[in-house]
Ligand binder design. Sequence first.
Ligand code: F6P
Length: 401
Amino acid sequence: MSLEQRRKIGILTGGGDCPGLNAVIRAATKSAIFLGYEVIGFRRGYEGLADLNTMPLTLENTANILNVGGTILGSTNRGRFSAKVGNEETRRIDADLIQLVQHNVAQLHLDGLICIGGDGSLAIAQQFFEAGIPVVGVPKTIDNDLGCTAFTFGFDSAVACAANALDRLHTTAASHERVMVLEVMGRHAGWIALHAGLAGGGDVILIPEIEWSFDNVCAKVLQRQQMGKRYTLIVVAEGAKLPGGEMVTLDAVSQQRQVRLGGIGQIIADEIQQRLETETRCVVLGHLQRGGQPTYFDRCLSTQFGAHAIRLIEEKRFGEMLLYDPPEIRSTPITEAIKRLSTVDPQGAAVEAARAMAVSFGDSPGYQNPFPKSKVSAETFAEKYNVSLSALSTSRFDDSE
Ligand code: F6P
């Protein structure tokens, strides 16, 4: 087969990076090359597609990247294709940009374009698909907030990073009898906070999906002190709202583009220190959660996504996104996956398990029995742990102060 006749596939990584992107690129490239495809990568996400900023992807330059964080193609969540907010209409990108991309894809004779991204990048991929571009989607984000898939790759690595931070905070918190507040990423979903809180033994977990109050958080700290635990670990998701309903952001809220979240951890730490006169420190984990090596779970998931992306192209299932439906890798129209963000179910198994261990979500002052059929009450809990019932109540605090 002459070079001109060889079928060709393009790959790009859009939006914020996360561990596992290189593993997808490697698996897709290997699988495609073994089927006789030529593979090219677009640099800097959709920008590279518009500027024809490409690089060949080969068995050689995708070797030894399985365990390497980031993306060899580069990515950006800014620029002409930056994720817009709002409804389907306001999320539309300029028609002339789509035309330019259509032209470039035709000029390159692409048989398939693999877009690896989160909800913003996949919303763009969907618009390309509607314009006749042969797109398939691979779900990526540390936030785990894409619909239809049990997990996105990157999430497990972010949780591992946050849980490791909690392990470390545990020892220093215990030594100094302090309250430690760990702020983690996740945008409007509490997945990272919840899973890291469970894996790292958080005592309080504050997430966007569950309303909480300072009274309840402080009551939990006091309750632990009464039990002889003179330190407390609090995990807060960057997207958790303050008790008044306010979101804490690093820049002004815009109608046009996604706002940067962050800062709630310090507010919580200051309030606890002031109310309880207990030394309290805040750690913002930030982009450490997005950098570094993917976990083995993420490498395995990313590798499956990469190889199955080629299957989707072979089967001409354009406009579809891969998803993980354990233990299978399936696919669904991209529109289904981006329709609604996946958020934590406050009645779900993970929250229930946490509550069963007296982890507080800040929505009650103390132990809340999650299992409706069992008869254990706050009184039983107080008796068992030799805690006065008043430590389980909010009466000591007055929010109006
Ligand atoms: O969506 C992934 C994510 O890491 C979020 O958890 C976080 O809010 C955001 O991206 C940070 O974006 P940036 O890289 O622009 O600071």
